[in-house]
Structures are given as C-alpha cells and as structure tokens.
Design a protein around this ligand. Structure first.
Ligand code: SF4
Length: 108
C-alpha cells in the first residue's frame, strides 16, 4: 500500500481504518492525528473517524473495514516487511471475524 519512513518496516498495509482508545497506552496514538490529516487531504477511507476534544484529536469509535485494501498485497512483486494495520487495531471489537479471516488468507 504505502511506502513508509518507519525504519523497521518496508510498507504499511491498512485493511482497517479507525479505532478506539482502550488503554493508557493509546493516549498518544499517532494514528488519530494522522487520520485527521488524511481526512483533510480528501482520503475517503479516513473520513469521520475522529473527533476533537479540547485541542486533541481522538478516535470516535468508527471502524472501517476496507475490502479493496485486501487486494493490495497481490500487486507487490518483491517480498517486503509489512506493518499490518498501522492505522487501527485489526482485532478491534468492531472488526468482524470474517474480515479478520480474510486478512489472514491474504497473509498466507
Ligand atoms: S491503533 Fe493501537 S494504540 Fe492506537 S488507539 Fe488503537 S489500539 Fe490504541
């Protein structure tokens, strides 16, 4: 999907977008601000996933399964290290078991 500047991976692949703050470890989740920026850039997949609270942008609990994203890895010609779901939690309670299974089938 996207080349990345994250040093420990080659690309990100995001079959799911959106999340919820579930622990203190989520407080400074970079993906919340990133989702807001991507929405402002007109990327539909990230529209409506966050809300403002004070000066902060936080997830609003909307989680979007992206079936088109499941096809992306089939276009990769060379092996690479993939950060799966850099913009969500694949195992969020709103991600269906059927969709998780479909992600697993792509990985296999
Ligand atoms: S993406 Fe990860 S760190 Fe960010 S809110 Fe979801 S579970 Fe927490």
């Amino acid at each position: 999907m996207a080349e990345t500047q994250i040093e420990w991976t080659d690309s990100t692949w995001n079959p799911v977008a959106g999340c919820s703050i579930v622990t203190a470890g989520c407080t400074h989740c970079y993906a919340m601000e990133m989702a807001k920026r991507l929405e402002a850039m007109g990327i539909e997949k990230y529209a409506g996933l966050t809300r403002k609270t004070g000066k902060r942008t936080v997830w609003n609990g909307v989680v979007r399964e992206d079936r088109e994203a499941l096809l992306v890895p089939y276009g990769w010609k060379k092996p690479r290290k993939i950060f799966v779901n850099s913009m969500s939690d694949l195992f969020h309670e709103r991600v269906s078991d059927a969709f998780i299974l479909d992600v697993w089938k792509v990985r296999a």
